[in-house]
Structure formats: C-alpha cells, structure tokens
Design a protein around this ligand. Sequence first.
Ligand code: 5GP
Length: 112
Amino acid sequence: MPSIFSRIVAREIPADIVFENDRVIAFRDIAPQAPVHLLVVPKSQNFANVAELAAADPELLAEVVSTAQQLAAEHANGEFRLVFNSGETAGQTVFHVHAHVLAGGLSESSLA
Ligand code: 5GP
C-alpha cells in the first residue's frame, strides 16, 4: 500500500511542494505547528523511521538534513528544529520516514 507521502510524490493527492529532486521531496505540513513547518521526505517508503534510514542509507539521511538546512534558509533565517517522531507512542502517525522542519520563531512548546 502506498503511504500518504508516496501518494503526494505520485501527485495522487495535492500538497504545497517546496522542493523536489530524484530522491527527496519537501512540502508544507497540512497542520502546521510553527510559522514554518515543512516535511522533508525520502521518496522511497522502504524506511519507516529515521533509525531504519540511518542504518540502511546514511547518505540519504544526510541529504534529508541538508535539504532541511537549505529550506530553513529559504523560508526562515536558516535556524531550525529537526524532529523525527519514531514510533506510535512518540507521536508518529505516518510510517514513511520524514523530518519535520520547524522554523520562523519557535516557542518553547512548539514541538511537533
Ligand atoms: P508524524 O505524526 O508521523 O510525525 O507526522 C506526520 C505529519 O504529516 C503530521 O504533522 C501531519 O500533519 C502531516 N500530514 C498528514 N497527512 C498529510 C497530508 O495529506 N498532507 C500534508 N501536507 N501533511 C500531512
């Protein structure tokens, strides 16, 4: 079954896409928790969470991080919080690895 993020990659459901290359896509979170709240997502849904991604393809994880840095510079002042919820009890709802990029003036409580 394609994940909701794979369906965004396939343009089956709409999203406000802010970056895309052959391995990574980034779009605005539908329920933003900060002035800038983007999701950076490897296109492959082979990895459920960041630990799986780090073990299997550390270069792709590094690309997710550098994409987050680039987008924080474009959409805010270059400073950002990077969150990978990992597991249901940690708040993960989509089991296709993704980084939350939170920026643009964060309060203490603005955790995704
Ligand atoms: P998680 O809870 O797994 O860490 O993060 C999933 C995120 O995906 C949530 O912040 C949620 O708002 C976002 N999300 C879920 N469905 C959609 C969607 O269809 N479009 C977009 N743009 N974001 C979504």
